[in-house]
Structure formats: structure tokens, C-alpha cells
Design a protein around this ligand. Structure first.
Ligand code: OGA
Ligand code: NI
Length: 344
């Protein structure tokens, strides 16, 4: 029988003073490689501002960063707190309890408790992270009876959170479409019936944080990701050559554009390359909600954004094929979307 999957949390709690070689990043991928002090953060957009101001700010953020934070989003602060609390409670359960929810390591993206994203054993350097992935939308995929029952409000909170994140994702996609002069529902319609997954990531403290990554550099594959984090910090976004810290901000939700939004906007809006670093003092928790097209949806550039002066940049792609290609090779620190680039 295959040995049980190695949980990073179990490794961290065993008190190792050195990380095993399988987690050690090559020097050029380590957190401090090429590090320069920086004081700027990613853009912060208050959704309570006037419509024109919000559309302008979102347009600038999507064009120049592909990642920004929103406040004034209307999602109750108590729900954000509860979502982080139920996540933290799961990771505080004894290992045997957590393992009852282990995902199927042979099936890519299967629901449940896991550590490595790819099915293959040879997927390169391991991330210093465990996670719990929930399939939440369409509702036919939502099976709360497979989710933890501790704390008692776990399932109720995840369902409520899923519904709120759907509404916020739709609102943001409307604003993004409008900010490009497209009909309000353009991107939402192009996504079709959205697939939503909610992933709680748990990054244990690490004895040698400078040698590892919590989550290696990648861009998210779908349309848009909404992320909340605790106050520990560790999410970084690549801007030019520099890794910029995404500052934990009370009640803020981080918005990360995915590759399909870049394809649809013909590269006017960028998907953001991002990663998570870890530290030796404190565990960190984040909750990422992915809002993605269905696998059968073909994604292509909006005709309005293609012209003689802005020729088409990416081949159109069946979203399911895009995802399978990724699970075949992994993030590899590169942008997946480069595989679709049309040479000009
Ligand atoms: C992700 C991700 C970052 C974080 O799950 O895709 O980028 O801070 N997470 O956990
Ligand atoms: Ni991501």
C-alpha cells in the first residue's frame, strides 16, 4: 500500500530543524533572490466610491497589475472572520481527524484535504502548504456532506461565503467589462455557468523559510480569484521584476485576474503572477475563491478589443483543455498563457 501523503503541517510540527531536500527551491526561486526593499503595495479600490471613479481605478489596476484589493465591497466583515475561523479550526484538529477528509491524490483537483496540487509524484519542488479544497458551484457540484462538521457552523459558513463570493465576482466582472467599454455582462457571459472552488490554504511555520515557497509562482487559470488572508502576510505579486507584498488589510478582499480574463481582453488586462512565502514564527491561513469558466466553454478575445493596431494575441481555447495542459506540467514558475501566444 502506498504510504500516506506527507502533510507539511505534520512535518513542521515534528520539530525538524532542516527542510527535506524535496522542498528546497533552486537559488533563483528562493524568496530573497534579487530582493530589494519596497514600500509600495498593490492598488486598493474602495467600491463605495462613485461608479466612474471605481471603473477608472479598476481599469488602471487591471491594466498595470492584474491584482488589487477591494474594500467597501459589502461582504459582511463577520462572514470574513467566520470563514477564517472555521478554516483555522479545521487545521487545529488532530491529524487523524483531518486525514478523514483526504482528497484523492490520483485525481487532479479532487475535493478535500491535500498537500500537492499535481497528481504526479515528479512534480518538482514541493510547496510548504496544505489545503482544503471545496467544490462549491454550480450548486450540483456542492456536496456539503463531504465537508468537515467541526466547528458546527463549518458547512453553513462555507455555503454563505460561496454565495457572497459569487455575487462579488459577478459585480467585479461587470465593472471590468464596463471599464473596457464592453457591455456590462460581457465577461460574465463569456465565462458562462461559473465553476467556483474555495481553497483554504494553511502554511505552517518553516524552520528555513528562505529556502522554500509556500506556493510557487503561478498565475491562476480561470477568470478571477478572490482571496482573503489573515494578518500574517506572505502573498506576493510580481510587478516587472519585483515581488510586491500584498499587505494584509483589515476586511479587504484581494482580486487576482486569471488567464482567461487576459485572453478575453486580448491582453489589455493582465493575469497576475503571484506566490506565497512563509516564515519561521507563525502559521498563515488564506482562503482563495476561484471563479472559472466551465470546462466546455471556449474562451476567445472580445472582437471589440481586436483591431489592426491591437492584433489578436492568444489562440482561443477550450477551457477544459487549458486546465488539462496545466495539470500535465504544473506551474513551472512561468505563465501558462504563454502556450496560447500567437507570434506577431
Ligand atoms: C492560490 C494562491 C495564495 C495565498 O491558491 O492560487 O495563489 O496567499 N494562494 O494563499
Ligand atoms: Ni493563485
Amino acid at each position: 500500500m502506498a504510504s500516506a501523503a506527507q502533510r507539511v503541517q505534520v512535518l513542521a510540527e515534528s520539530g525538524v530543524s532542516h527542510v527535506p531536500p524535496s522542498y528546497v527551491q533552486p537559488p533563483e526561486h528562493r524568496p530573497l533572490a534579487g530582493c530589494r526593499p519596497t514600500f509600495s503595495g498593490v492598488p486598493l479600490v474602495d467600491l463605495r466610491c462613485s461608479g466612474d471613479d471605481v471603473r477608472w481605478a479598476i481599469g488602471e489596476a487591471c491594466r498595470n497589475w492584474g491584482v488589487f484589493q477591494v474594500i467597501g465591497h459589502g461582504v459582511p466583515s463577520e462572514l470574513l472572520v467566520s470563514m477564517r475561523q472555521v478554516g483555522a479550526a479545521f487545521f487545529s484538529l488532530p491529524t487523524e481527524e483531518r486525514n478523514k477528509f483526504a482528497c484523492d491524490p490520483k485525481v487532479p483537483a479532487s475535493e478535500g484535504y491535500g498537500s500537492r496540487m499535481l497528481a504526479s509524484e515528479n512534480d518538482g519542488v514541493l510547496d510548504w502548504r496544505d489545503y482544503f479544497d471545496h467544490h462549491t458551484l454550480p450548486e450540483s457540484r456542492r456536496k456539503p456532506d463531504r465537508w468537515p462538521t467541526y466547528p458546527p457552523n463549518y458547512r453553513k459558513v462555507v455555503v454563505e461565503y460561496s454565495d457572497q463570493m459569487k455575487l462579488l465576482a459577478q459585480r467585479l466582472l461587470h465593472l471590468m467589462s464596463e471599464s473596457l467599454g464592453l457591455p456590462s455582462s460581457y465577461i460574465e457571459d463569456a465565462v458562462g455557468e461559473a465553476y467556483q472552488n474555495i481553497t483554504i490554504s494553511y502554511y505552517p511555520p518553516c524552520p528555513q523559510p528562505d529556502l522554500v515557497l509556500g506556493l510557487q509562482a503561478h498565475s491562476d487559470m480561470g477568470a478571477v480569484t478572490l482571496l482573503i488572508q489573515d494578518d500574517v502576510g506572505g502573498l506576493e505579486a510580481l510587478k516587472g521584476e519585483e515581488w510586491i507584498n500584498v499587505q494584509p488589510t483589515s476586511d479587504a478582499i484581494v482580486v487576482i485576474l486569471g488567464d482567461q480574463t487576459e485572453v478575453m481582453t486580448n491582453g489589455v488586462y493582465k493575469s497576475a503572477v503571484h506566490r506565497a512565502i512563509v516564515n519561521s514564527r507563525q502559521a498563515r491561513l488564506s482562503v482563495a475563491t476561484f471563479y472559472d469558466p466551465s470546462k466546455q466553454k471556449r474562451i476567445s478575445a472580445a472582437p471589440m478589443l481586436v483591431s489592426e493596431s491591437s492584433p489578436i494575441r492568444y489562440r482561443d481555447v477550450l477551457y477544459g483543455d487549458y486546465v488539462s495542459a496545466w495539470y500535465g506540467k504544473g506551474p513551472d514558475g512561468k505563465r501558462n498563457i504563454d502556450a496560447l501566444r500567437i507570434n506577431q
